[in-house]
Structure formats: structure tokens, C-alpha cells
Design a protein around this ligand. Structure first.
Ligand code: URP
Ligand code: ZN
Ligand code: ZN
Ligand code: ZN
Length: 482
């Protein structure tokens, strides 16, 4: 065989092992992994480097309007470039339904928006309007096209679908092997806190953190898991920010539940003190769920280490610190009028590598699982997230010893700040490939606009977990002879 590319002399790291080996790539696929491979039209020397599956960013808001209609600063060109500079070979942003909009129209809209992407992409739908047609006609059609996951919200006035809507969506998703993701915060508790804080005149950015108590997330995660249990559907809890929420996920898994979860670097790296900066600076750190405290960070780290979390995702939600984004409602806007979300698609992997692997909290193999392999498995990306023959050559080559300080310029996004500014991190993704094409090498972009492709995803496979049967539902099904 003559290979298009051979990556040689590196240490290959997968979710289960590490070993010295070479990788042969032809037509964008990995076609050989061996101790030594000769040949290759192009040979990439990976001596002293780690050769890992490229990151899969499974939570990012790209070319998406916020709940209140503000467009993210990153579209698919800058968003995908930023992702690639951060070690990602592919991503799965959201395709969000506005109320009244058909799912077919949503997909057509994002299909057009995503064309400039330099890395491969798929979408999770966001469903805000689960009408009969959406549930029984449009969603099944989307699943059949390989868009096999969707996110629902328990909060935000224009997105919250309520418990009944959630049960409807969960059961349709279960019937079609799709996976429901949930943003879990109790809407009434948040609204009540907003009222109480407002009545006291407490509307500076730092009060955002108080307005969404840990209890509100814990309650809503418990409720979402319970609704998923009743409907017999798998569930993925996004951006878990509390110890209580993580413990609820852990308990469900212990009981056999097909429950998955992620947390994000910001909940491990930053605290609510970051919102308490002079002037409006704190607005940069407004996201939902909000940043917590040091004790919660410690608890979340333990859940990352012990397997409660399947992945660590960025929740990249880029709203600039100017009149187009965070401060659209003016300097001095009260926190409820400041766009929620922070950027981090380029910082996710370097931050987790440095704080996790280099600091001895995570094994290298766990890093690969948390940033790539698990997302591929859970979200049905059959050709991605692994280094083995037949897979897409989605590969990141890391220098594990290079040290650099986080700067805005290094994020290569369309933002005017990074919440990780100034952090000193060890470990740099030097070469990033998507399907065998070098997208980024040593700080230079090689990827071309539009070279990323949509990838269809498989339905949820067997998880090996039995589920959490509900007596009454079993009796109902038995009674109906089903
Ligand atoms: O504050 C955040 N995370 N904004 C993005 C939207 C979401 O809920 O994930
Ligand atoms: Zn070699
Ligand atoms: Zn969310
Ligand atoms: Zn999000």
C-alpha cells in the first residue's frame, strides 16, 4: 500500500491505551496502525509528540441566535477555525428551532450557515415547540437524516417546553433511538430569585450567580432524570455545574439508568468571584448555569475523575463584550438583560490537558475519552473519535511540554475577550487533521473554507445499561398485551 500520509515516531494515545506506533492514512481514512510504516507521500514526524483522536466538540453555539435573538459572534468559519486551533477535528453545534418554525426549515437554515466550516460538523436540534407535526412527522424525518440528538430546555421563557413537552419529546426520541439532551434549571425558582433580587435593587452582573441557585439545577436534573425514567428514554444532561446534580446523575447510573452527562471547563476553572469585577467586567462571566464556588469545583473534579461525566465540553456561546453582544442593552444593563454564555471552544482541550493531565488529576487515556471518544460513541459518530483502521483520520498531534499563556489572539475566534486570559497552560495541539487534511499546523491555518462536511450520526446504540423500569408502566404495557 502507498499511503497519502504517514504519521511516524509518536506516542499514540486512545481512550484505553498508549503505545509507540505509526499511522498510515489514505483517502482521508486511517488504513494502518503499526509499530513501523514505511512510505507515505507525506511523512509527519511525531517524535516526542502525542498522537490522539482530534477533539469532538459536542456543545457549541455557532451561528445561532440566543433566546432573545442575539446572533453569536462566531459563524461556522471562525467557529470551526477556533475549534481546530484548539485541537478539535469536528464539532456538533446546535440547530435551534424558533417557536412556530418547522424542523425541516431549521435544518435547511443551518445547512446553509454551516457551509463555510473547515472541520466536519453535525447538529443537535434544539426543540422549543413540540407540536404534533414536529413530534410525529418532522423529528422522525430529522432522525432518519442522521441528526439523532436534540436538546430541550426547562428554562428561558421562549425555550422552556414544560414537563409535558419533555415527556412527549422523550418518548418520540426513545421510539426512534434518538438521544434527548437537557438544560436543567428550575424556571420558577430562577424567576422568583430574579424578582427578589430586583426588588432589592441587586442587578449588577455578580447577582446573576445568585439568581440561579444550585438548588434550581439540582431540582431540574432530578426532574429530567425522573421524566426520562418514566418514558424509558436515554438522557444526556448538559453543562452540569453542581455537586448535587452530578450526584443525581451518578445515582441514576448506579440504578441502571441510560443517563449521560457533561461538565465544562468554566465550572472547573472559574468561580462566581469572577463576576465581581469592577464596572461591567463581570458581564463577561455571565453564563447559565452560572459559575459556582471552590467547594463545588472540587466536587465536580471528583465526578470528572470517577466517571460521572462522559465528556467535558466548552458550551462555546460567543457574545462579544460590546454593543453587539453582552452590552446590547447598554453599559450598566441589569444582569437579566445581559446575554448568557462565554467563549471557550479553543481553550477547552488545552485547559483540560494542562489542569487535568499535566497536574496529575487525569490519565491521558481519560482525557481522550472525555474530549473525543465518548462523544463519538454516545452521539453516534461511527467514523470518529478513535484511532483504528477504517476510521476518519481525525487526528491531533500534541506537544505535551510546550508552555504558553492564553491570549485572545490564540483563540482565533471572533471574540473580543477570553475568560481564560492569562492562564499559563502546558501542552499545545500542534497539528490538527480532519479526514487526513491538515487544518492547523504550528499556529498556521491550512484548512480551506468549506472543506468540512456534514456527518450523519447513527441512532443511539446499546449502552449496556438495563434502564430503570417503572412498575406501573410495565404493568400498563403488560395489560395492553404489548
Ligand atoms: O449561558 C449559556 N450557556 N448560554 C448558552 C445557551 C445554553 O443554555 O447552553
Ligand atoms: Zn516511523
Ligand atoms: Zn444550556
Ligand atoms: Zn449551551
Amino acid at each position: 500500500v502507498e499511503f497519502d500520509t504517514v504519521i511516524h515516531g509518536g506516542t499514540i494515545v486512545t481512550a484505553s491505551e498508549r503505545y509507540a506506533g505509526d499511522i498510515g492514512i489514505t483517502d482521508g481514512r486511517i488504513c494502518a496502525v503499526a509499530e513501523r510504516l514505511a512510505g507515505g507521500t507525506r511523512r509527519i514526524d511525531a517524535g516526542g509528540r502525542l498522537v490522539m483522536p482530534g477533539g469532538i466538540e459536542a456543545h457549541a453555539h455557532i451561528a445561532q441566535e440566543s433566546a432573545s435573538g442575539i446572533m453569536t459572534a462566531d459563524g461556522y468559519l471562525s467557529g470551526s477555525i477556533s475549534a481546530a486551533f484548539g485541537g478539535n477535528s469536528s464539532f456538533i453545534p446546535f440547530a435551534a428551532q424558533h417557536r412556530g418554525q418547522s424542523i425541516d426549515d431549521v435544518i435547511a437554515t443551518y445547512d446553509a450557515r454551516a457551509r463555510p466550516s473547515v472541520i466536519d460538523y453535525s447538529w443537535h436540534l434544539i426543540v422549543s415547540d413540540p407540536t404534533e407535526e414536529v413530534l410525529h412527522d418532522q423529528l422522525p424525518r430529522a432522525f432518519a437524516r442522521g441528526i439523532t440528538s436534540l436538546k430541550v430546555f426547562t428554562t428561558y421563557d421562549l425555550l422552556n417546553i414544560g414537563d409535558a413537552g419533555m415527556l412527549d419529546i422523550l418518548s418520540v426520541a426513545r421510539d426512534h433511538g434518538a438521544l434527548t439532551m437537557v438544560h436543567a434549571e428550575n424556571h420558577a425558582m430562577v424567576a422568583w430569585m430574579n424578582g427578589e433580587l430586583g426588588a432589592r435593587g441587586l442587578t449588577a452582573p455578580k447577582y446573576h450567580a445568585l439568581s440561579r441557585p444550585e438548588l434550581a439545577e439540582e431540582e431540574a436534573i432530578n426532574r429530567a432524570i425522573t421524566l426520562a425514567q418514566l418514558s424509558g428514554a436515554p438522557l444526556f444532561v448538559v453543562h452540569v455545574s453542581t455537586a448535587g446534580g452530578a450526584a443525581r446523575v451518578q445515582r441514576a447510573r448506579g440504578e441502571g439508568g441510560q443517563v449521560f452527562a457533561e461538565t465544562c471547563p468554566q465550572y472547573l476553572a472559574l468561580t462566581r468571584d469572577d463576576l465581581d469585577r469592577p464596572g461591567m467586567e463581570g458581564a463577561k462571566f455571565i453564563c447559565s448555569p452560572p459559575l459556582r464556588d471552590a467547594a463545588t469545583q472540587d466536587a465536580l473534579w471528583r465526578h470528572v475523575q470517577t466517571g460521572t461525566f462522559d465528556s467535558v465540553s466548552s458550551d462555546h456561546a460567543p457574545y462579544r463584550f460590546d454593543g453587539t453582544g453582552k452590552l446590547m442593552h447598554g453599559q450598566g444593563a441589569p444582569y437579566p438583560k445581559i446575554a448568557n454564555g462565554m467563549p471557550g471552544i479553543a481553550a477547552r482541550l488545552p485547559w483540560l490537558f494542562s489542569e487535568g493531565v499535566v497536574k496529575g488529576r487525569l490519565r491521558l487515556e481519560d482525557f481522550v475519552a472525555l474530549t473525543s471518544t465518548n462523544a463519538a460513541r454516545i452521539f453516534g459518530a461511527a467514523k470518529k473519535g478513535r484511532i483504528t483502521p477504517g476510521m476518519d483520520a481525525d487526528i491531533a498531534i500534541w506537544n505535551p511540554e510546550a508552555v504558553r499563556k492564553v491570549t485572545l489572539a490564540d483563540q482565533h475566534d471572533n471574540m473580543d475577550f477570553t475568560p481564560f486570559e492569562g492562564m499559563e497552560l502546558t501542552g499545545v495541539p500542534e497539528i490538527v487533521m480532519t479526514r487526513g487534511e491538515v487544518i492547523v499546523a504550528h499556529g498556521t491555518l491550512h484548512g480551506k473554507e468549506g472543506q468540512g462536511r456534514f456527518f450523519a450520526r447513527a441512532p443511539m446504540g446499546r449502552t449496556g445499561r438495563p434502564g430503570m423500569p417503572v412498575k406501573e408502566v410495565e404493568l400498563m404495557r403488560a395489560g395492553a398485551g404489548q
